[in-house]
Ligand binder design. Structure first.
Ligand code: KIV
Length: 272
C-alpha cells in the first residue's frame, strides 16, 4: 500500500499552527487500521486520530473506558503504515496519565512503539501539570475539553458542556491554562458554537471541534459515523457522508472538501 501524498511535506503541529494563522481549515478524522488511514491520506486529511473511541466502534464496548495503552499502540502501528503526509495523533486511554510517571511512560510508549507524533489527553484538574511535563519532554500534546468521554460515569450521559455561564467561563480559563502549559492543539467536543468561537479567537494554537460548530480552526469526526456503519446510532453532530456520496473514497474526499470550504458543519450539526 503506498500513501498518496508521499512527496508532500509532512504535517506537524507547526504546519497546523501556520494553517490557523492563514485562516485555512484543518480536516481530521479517526482511523484504527492501515486501510482506512490510507483512504484518509488519499482524501487529503491533515491528521488522523487513533481515538479510544475504538473501544466503542471496533471492540463493541459501551464506553471508551476499557481501552488499554497496548491496544492504542497496536492500532497506531496499523494506522502509521497507511499514512504519508498526515500527522498521527494517539489517545492516552483512561487512567493512563493519572500520575506524572504513568503519563510520561505511556506517552513515550505511544510514540516509540505506536509511531504517534502527538498524544491526546482529556481534560481534568490534573492535566495542566501533565501537559506541562509532556511539553518539557518535547512531546506534542492535544488537550481535549468539553465533553470528555472518559468521564462519562461522572456526567451520567453524553451531554453538551459549557452551556451555563459558570461552566463556560471555566472552560475558557482551562483552555488558556492548557495553552500556557504548552498544549499544541485544543480539541472541543460538544460545546455550544458561540463558546467554541470565543475559545478559538482567544487561542494561538489550533482549536479542533467535534460538535463545536463552524467557527473553530478545524473539524474531527469518528470515521464509523461518517460511513454510517451503525445506522440509527450516529451522534447528532456527525454527518452521514456515505448516504450523500455512495462510496467510501467519495465520502472521505467530500468531508475534507466541506471542512476546508466551511460547508460542514452547518447549524444542523452544531449546538447553541
Ligand atoms: O476517541 C475519539 O475518537 C475522540 C474523538 C471523539 C475526538 O476522542
Amino acid at each position: 500500500m503506498s500513501a498518496h501524498n508521499e512527496q508532500a511535506e509532512k504535517v506537524t503541529v507547526r504546519t497546523l499552527r501556520q494553517m490557523k494563522e492563514r485562516g485555512e481549515k484543518i480536516a481530521s478524522m479517526t482511523a484504527y487500521d492501515a486501510a482506512f488511514a490510507n483512504a484518509l491520506e488519499r482524501a487529503g486529511i491533515d491528521f488522523v486520530l487513533v481515538g479510544d473511541s475504538l473501544g466503542m466502534v471496533v471492540q463493541g464496548h459501551e464506553t471508551t473506558i476499557p481501552v488499554t495503552v497496548d491496544e492504542i499502540i497496536y492500532h497506531s502501528r496499523l494506522v502509521a503504515r497507511g499514512l504519508g503526509r498526515a500527522m498521527l495523533m494517539a489517545d492516552m486511554p483512561f487512567m493512563s496519565y493519572a500520575s506524572a510517571g504513568d503519563c510520561l511512560k505511556n506517552a513515550a510508549r505511544l510514540m516509540k512503539e505506536g509511531g504517534a507524533e502527538i498524544v491526546k489527553l482529556e481534560w481534568g484538574e490534573l492535566e495542566i501539570d501533565m501537559v506541562a511535563r509532556l511539553t518539557e519532554c518535547g512531546v506534542p500534546v492535544c488537550a481535549h475539553l468539553g465533553l470528555t468521554p472518559q468521564a462519562i460515569h461522572k456526567y451520567g450521559g453524553y451531554r453538551v458542556q459549557g452551556r451555563e455561564e459558570k461552566a463556560a467561563a471555566k472552560m475558557k480559563e482551562d483552555a488558556r491554562a492548557l495553552e500556557e502549559a504548552g498544549a499544541d492543539i485544543l480539541l472541543l467536543e460538544c460545546v455550544p458554537m458561540g463558546l467554541a468561537a470565543e475559545i478559538t479567537r482567544d487561542a494561538s494554537v489550533p482549536v479542533i471541534g467535534i460538535g463545536a460548530g463552524p467557527d473553530v480552526d478545524g473539524q474531527i469526526l469518528v470515521l464509523y459515523d461518517v460511513l454510517d456503519i451503525f445506522p440509527g446510532k450516529r451522534t447528532r453532530f456527525s454527518k452521514n457522508y456515505m448516504e450523500q456520496e455512495g462510496s467510501i473514497h467519495g465520502a472521505l474526499e467530500t468531508y475534507v472538501r466541506e471542512v476546508r470550504e466551511v460547508s460542514f458543519p452547518t447549524e444542523q450539526y452544531a449546538f447553541r
